[in-house]
Design a binder for this molecule. Structure first.
Ligand SMILES: NC(=O)c1ccc[n+]([C@@H]2O[C@H](COP(=O)([O-])OP(=O)(O)OC[C@H]3O[C@@H](n4cnc5c(N)ncnc54)[C@H](OP(=O)(O)O)[C@@H]3O)[C@@H](O)[C@H]2O)c1
Length: 275
């Protein structure tokens, strides 16, 4: 599926389209955040990933509202914070996010972390929001196979998306297969390892081979696997560089080579150690 911005979209299990590439907005605030969203829109980004935890829903909402792009052409994700779990608390948190975003719906609402104790009640709240058409899709983040198996025991709606840390250095092949088998779209966060692995000599060799940057090769690796990704940048140059990862291909052999970079390297906590 291709949008009017001529970028690839994926179709979620309920039939709605979502751009494969988006802007992650963690750790940007105030004018810097508004400018980044404005620049991204100009370049062609239509997917924006925020969270109540990022404390910038307001700025993201401002920038989107002040743009000339119609709301229905933009895909906005936000997330239920860890302190807002439980059925009623989750419904309240969602309303707060909407007010900050200055929107009357979000495209995708995610459980941010599989917090112990009330994740079932929280999921039931997300199902209600979906059934009431307050959100166009619902999903989870940081759900490894064990959490997804548990969710399956009580969910009446299968999550449409699972957002997890996923890079060549954290290649979770089993989780990818599990999600693909159930039509759960995988989306990778911290796809650029916050820069920490971009100097890997094996990656640099591939960048030279394709005459692309290391960041572009890593982002492209996601798309070759059918994975959506949401790199963060506040630099217009890098936003453009990252967007251009949509415009070339890498070979199956090189994808397999990069799968082999795995060393269980993580930026964020392993959800299995937390809950
Ligand atoms: N669900 C979750 O629990 C969870 C956890 C973490 C992140 N996320 C989401 O995923 C998004 C992305 O992850 P992230 O922000 O952790 O890390 P990331 O996207 O892997 O890396 C961002 C860092 O890389 C730099 N960068 C961006 N493009 C670059 C390029 N082309 N070349 C070199 N460096 C580049 C950025 O600097 P500049 O800004 O200076 O360009 C920034 O310092 C977040 O913003 C958030 O939306 C979700």
């Amino acid at each position: 599926m291709v949008s009017n911005t001529n970028q690839p979209y994926t179709t979620l299990s309920n039939g709605i389209g979502m751009p494969l590439l988006g802007l992650g907005v963690y750790d940007m605030h105030g004018h810097e955040a508004e400018q980044a969203v404005q620049d991204a829109l100009e370049i062609g980004y239509r997917l924006f990933d925020t969270a109540s935890l990022y404390d910038n829903e307001n700025e993201i909402g401002n920038a989107l509202r002040n743009s000339s792009i119609p709301r229905e052409d933009i895909f906005v994700t936000t997330k239920l914070g860890n302190d807002d779990h439980g059925y009623d608390a989750a419904l309240r948190a969602f309303e707060k996010s909407l007010v900050k975003l200055q929107m009357d719906y979000v495209d995708l609402y995610l459980v941010h972390w599989p917090v112990k104790g009330q994740r079932k009640e929280s999921w039931k709240a997300l199902e209600k929001l979906y059934n009431d058409k307050r959100v166009r899709a619902i999903g989870v983040a940081n759900y490894s196979i064990e959490f997804l198996d548990e969710l399956e025991t009580y969910a009446t709606i299968t999550p449409m998306l699972n957002q997890v840390e996923f890079t060549p250095w954290l290649f979770q092949g089993e989780l990818l297969q599990y999600c693909q088998n159930r039509n759960i779209q995988l989306q990778s966060y911290s796809p650029l390892t916050r820069g920490l692995k971009l100097g890997d000599p094996r990656l640099i060799a591939l960048a030279e081979k394709y005459d692309r940057t290391p960041a572009q090769i890593v982002l492209r690796w996601n798309f070759e696997h059918g994975i959506s990704t949401i790199p963060k940048s506040v630099s217009k140059k890098r936003l453009k560089e990252n967007f251009e990862s949509l415009a070339f291909k890498i070979s199956e052999d090189d994808v397999a080579l990069m799968d082999g970079f795995n060393e269980n390297f993580r930026i964020c906590d392993n959800p299995m150690d937390m809950f």
